[in-house]
Design a protein around this ligand. Sequence first.
Ligand code: ADP
Ligand code: MG
Length: 389
Amino acid sequence: MNDVRQPGSEYFASLFGGAPEGLWSAPGRVNLIGEHTDYNDGFAFPIAIDKRTTVAARARADRLLRVASISFPGVVEASLDGLDPDSLTGWAAYPLGVAWAMTQAAAGDGAASRLAGMDLALTSDVPAGAGLSSSAAVECAVALALNDLWELGLDRQELARIGQLAENRVVGAPTGIMDQSASLLGEPDHGILLDCQSLLTESVALGFASAGVGLLVIDTRTSHSHADGGYASRRRSCEDGARLLGVGSLRALGPDDLPRAAALLDGQTYRRVRHIITENQRVLDTVAALRTSGAAAIGPFLNESHLSMRDDFEISTPELDLAVSSAQELGAIGARMTGGGFGGAALALVRNDDAARVSAGIARTFARAGYTAPHVFPVAASGGARRDL
Ligand code: ADP
Ligand code: MG
């Protein structure tokens, strides 16, 4: 048995005794480009990363669900028949929220008789709260395990919607479907081009391995208390802009519409709208550049994306700006903040030969600025959720 599987089985045995029926794992993700575009029906281009959450699972003879995570103390119990989306709280809302969402899907499919109680034990090396979607990793690993053990036969698109439903309805976070799509559909050295309007996805070769380049995550380990309010107000500005411009969503607009938008909208709303319109275009330009010119050609789109988030969408922070500018000065091919903003992580595309020097340089720059030491680490595009054992 290999090293990755062993800890999950051991942890399961220490809690529940005996061996699990199987191990399922799902990765976290980073968004290469396409920020705040999801709720505007636009494009995003995330990557499943080589950090995963594993669930060891075994069906029970009764209707009890027991979940545990090595990251949190205690075992949480719930009855399969009494799952209430309004009363699940804390970390267990993620796995039990998925179980609830799957019972809803099974009810519609007439598969309810195959549902059984379950013992579930989670282990993970996805850092939580660093913008790498540890939440989707939990949801997708659990969704895949329950889909197999309950023999529901749901496809990966349906499992992504189940993860999103758990997060929206049970956890109460108004997130799109990007994180779950990346976690379920990722492939090594590929990104997932996601059209948030049609929900169609396409796996796009990154060619990072052959180009000798890779991604560094620079987790600034900062988060700002106005993140939720900032997110809500950006969503509102986008909705206002779409309404004033007479479209259902900003997806309907392209760069040619910018002059009309400038004439119609107040300055701040215009800048919010300009970020979304240009960011959608940058996602498509990035994919086109990967296909025609290779990985080294996408740097300018990453850099422009950061400027757009800093100046037009105004969701960056001094720490994120410093992470990006120092990566660029140290020779990164491109860099941008990634995730919702107001803290969290930046991403730099670097030549593999430069990675150690860029990491050390960023750490020095942060120390000189008197900022919290960032956590800088490489991530590689990896395979999506799977059964490991
Ligand atoms: P992100 O998804 O960006 O890491 P979120 O706030 O969306 O941040 O999700 C983090 C939350 O997900 C954690 O606070 C915890 O409740 C839950 N979670 C993530 N990983 C695990 C895990 N391995 N075990 C249990 N809960 C987890
Ligand atoms: Mg999350």
